[in-house]
Design a binder for this molecule. Structure first.
Ligand code: C5P
Length: 400
């Protein structure tokens, strides 16, 4: 589902590596991408359009015109439709045509009409790849802003060994595409993340707090930052540090301070991930002097803190994404769903204290993501860093 709603043009040319394009196509469709295959004449000698249309669920496009029926394929419409174009495998001939505007087939005309990011995966014999003309054309494509997926070194179909083999495994290419699509969707966006516990002062030396380490919120902030986003990390007292350039750390202590900071930052953000374990209650009176030990009991009167997530849920615009966490001990799913609704969240990350390895202090977490359409994704026990990747992928899938 990680490429849900992504429109991808898969250009296939006449290389023996075309068979791998069928496997890649299958992986893309499994990730819910909408894929239109455009194939050259030579490409069809290596892999049949029937295989490709069966896998993509769409007729394969190869010709400009229909079979004498006056219909034609608009490369302009197709080029504008795509979110991403990938030419894999790309022969020396297609690379040369793309670099020099030789628009004599559907694939190259579509490429020239496309406004989306373009990725090119060369696949050819080592001498063809090393030839100065190919190298020059690749440089030209790079100067156009296209990304070249460097071929690997290995055994080639000719029997020779060298650089020219297209990506080794379609899974590697898929991973690359997923990374790119995360980068694209979160790039230049700004997210607010809350992390850690809050400390509610009782007197000058005592506070009410909780066991939150901040690890999950910091991991999410770093993952967002690595995806090209700017992050405002509003953090309660933790021992963690972050030195990423695009994370602005805003240190707070109490729930009230966290609320004030969130309120001022949220209107300028594209979304917020509420990961902090905010104290639900705070003392009504903060004693000015340390309360001395005595033989009497000491009762504290507590009042509820403001629910920051719910407040941001009220303020949220159509374009903003709001995610929250639910740490539950019983009736996990139904409690999490209630919070999702009452706080007006787009999705909620549920972790249960009953799960071994999930919760406070530990480096791992086991989560379930529930969104407002009631899609439920269950994840394995993973490191908090890996969990952060899943959460950021969910954000990415919501951003259009
Ligand atoms: O209602 P509960 O505290 O279980 O909800 C947890 C979610 O709400 C978390 O995302 C937490 O960061 C957020 N929250 C908040 N402000 C509070 C209490 C919780 O933002 N005062």
């Amino acid at each position: 589902m990680r490429l849900k709603s992504k429109k991808i043009i898969l250009g296939i040319t006449g290389s023996i590596a075309a068979y791998k394009a069928a496997m890649l196509l299958r992986l893309l469709v499994k990730e819910s991408a909408e894929v239109q295959v455009v194939i050259t004449q030579a490409g069809k000698e290596f892999i049949t359009p029937v295989t490709l249309s069966a896998l993509s669920g769409k007729p394969v496009i190869s010709e400009f015109f229909g079979a004498n029926d006056g219909t034609w394929n608009s490369h302009v419409d197709l080029g504008l439709w795509a979110d991403l174009m990938l030419v894999a495998p790309a022969t020396a001939s297609t690379i040369a045509k793309m670099a020099n505007g030789i628009a004599d087939n559907m694939l190259v005309t579509t490429y020239m009409s496309a406004k989306c990011p373009v990725f090119v995966a060369p696949a050819m014999d080592l001498d063809m790849f090393a030839h100065p003309s190919t190298q020059k054309n690749i440089e030209i494509l790079k100067s156009f802003g296209n990304s070249i997926i460097e071929p690997s070194v290995g055994e080639l179909a000719s029997g020779l060994t060298g650089k020219g083999r297209e990506w080794k495994n379609p899974k590697i290419l898929l991973k690359l595409l997923l990374n790119i699509s995360i980068q694209e969707s979160t790039k230049r966006k700004t997210f607010l993340v809350t992390a850690g516990p809050t400390y509610e002062k009782i007197d000058p030396v005592r506070f009410l707090g909780n066991f939150s380490s901040g690890k999950m919120g910091y991991a999410i902030s770093e993952e967002l930052a690595d995806s090209g986003a700017n992050v405002i990390l509003v953090s309660g007292p933790v021992s963690l540090k972050t030195n990423k350039k695009n994370i602005q750390l805003v240190k707070v202590e109490s729930a009230d301070e966290m609320y004030v900071k969130c309120l001022s930052w949220f209107p300028n953000c594209d979304g917020a991930v509420m990961c902090a374990a905010v104290a639900d209650f705070t003392p009504v009176v903060v004693e000015k002097k340390k309360t001395k030990r005595g033989s009497e009991n000491w009762s504290l009167e507590l009042q509820p803190t403001i629910d920051i997530a719910a407040k941001l849920g009220e303020l949220k615009s159509e374009k903003q994404i709001l995610a929250g966490f639910a740490l539950e001990t019983n009736d996990e799913i139904s409690n999490a769903k209630k919070k999702l609704e009452s706080k007006n969240l787009d999705f909620i990350v549920l972790n249960s204290l009953n799960e071994e390895g999930a919760g406070f202090q530990v480096d791992t977490n086991k989560i379930t993501i529930i969104d407002k359409s009631n899609n439920q994704q269950f994840f394995e026990l993973k490191s908090k860093k890996e969990v952060a990747v899943d959460i950021v992928n969910k954000i990415k899938s919501i951003i259009k």
